[in-house]
Design a protein around this ligand. Sequence first.
Ligand code: PLI
Length: 460
Amino acid sequence: MNLFDYPAEPFRIKSVEPVRMISREEREKVIKAAGFNTFLIPSDDVYIDLLTDSGTNAMSDRQWAGMMMGDEAYAGSRNFLHLEETVRELFGFRYLVPTHQGRGAENLLSQIAIRPGQYIPGNMYFTTTRYHQERNGGIFADVIRDEAHEASLSVPFKGNIDLHKLQRLINEKGAENIAYVCLAVTVNLAGGQPVSMRNIREVRELTARYGIKLFFDATRCVENAYFIREQEEGYADKPIADIVREMFSYGDGCTMSGKKDCLVNIGGFLCLNDEELFSQAKELVVVYEGMPSYGGMAGRDMEAMAIGLRESMQFEYIEHRVKQVRYLGNRLLEAGIPIIEPIGGHAVFLDARRFCPHLTQEQFPAQSLAASLYLESGVRSMERGIVSAGRDQHTGDHHHPKLETVRLTIPRRVYTYRHMDIVADAVISLYQKRQHIKGLRFVYEPKQLRFFTARFEEIG
Ligand code: PLI
């Protein structure tokens, strides 16, 4: 290993939160009480928490200082003005509608931009995004390149849209039946895979020819920009902020979960260029979120978000972020553990199909693997497979995603490389006894977004 492959944490720690490991007997009781669903485990019973990178970020001293500058006026908060100015400068979109988190923005966009029966092509689905599209009568169409569905295929920019698939959809359905294209940077469920600038530009050219709008899911846009800088010709010397700005120059707006790349614990927003859509979004935000100058966030939250978004574009921060994830992934690869390749931006995804070949997909191998990892080590992870994919709203059958994975998601600025070692050792140890991992069946299956609160029992 080269000393500089993995840069040290680019921060000093001045506030700490103790973590503790409970005994195996206790963990056994906890996972049973949680119905084998890691979402239902109390946080105090978790040793290293890799459930999600959403809202689990550590804020900087500057962000905490910003919290003290919160202007909690019901209307016209100065923190909103600061956030609006920051997002305009860094993203380049004209209008900003704040929301309580990303799905609040998805709700607004889906309501104003989808007519029932219209298609929304996207580079792989995300759970809440597709939910809001379908709730508004839309039909999600997956137009990501085929390689993204193959865990072991290591190709750069695996999150790219397949332009032929998009063209075919437009030809078959007619441009007037496409609500907009939803382009996620990076692609969460494909393994945190990036989209190249070239692909973004080409998608823009294609959609512009038909007058189809292009909206980004900007949730992990800074991570995407890092990959462009690292791997795409012509970007090696460009500041991350310039790359982000160029990416968004090809779009009509975006939804953003601030809980990821804005380095905060709550918040989100919708960006738009179109004045008429903005006017509609402002009318709706007061129904679902709050005044257009806070949208479900406190003034202090908006201040922390404005500061965090700018910090996230510092090269030292984002380089360490992506490389820490890569460190964990490479430790697993070196031990022969099957993971999604290449290693993405926010998480390492265990390939449960190859980890548990003795289980069928309908026995929920990834769900069971996540539960077993907790039992073995106190490390909490998340299923991203058939349970997350849910059921087809018309036939009622399970969606059967090709990717059946367990996501080890790294919170930003929270854990050290030593924590990554502990996680790697736990996974490697579990891999050696993987044949003991049992299948599961539902004992409670919620109708919507079932993975959050479903309960299971072991088969046999
Ligand atoms: O959790 P929200 O409502 O702030 O954001 C929803 C959301 C939208 N798009 C993408 C790509 C996401 O990853 C996302 C939320 N992700 C979560 C909660 C996660 O654990 O990955």
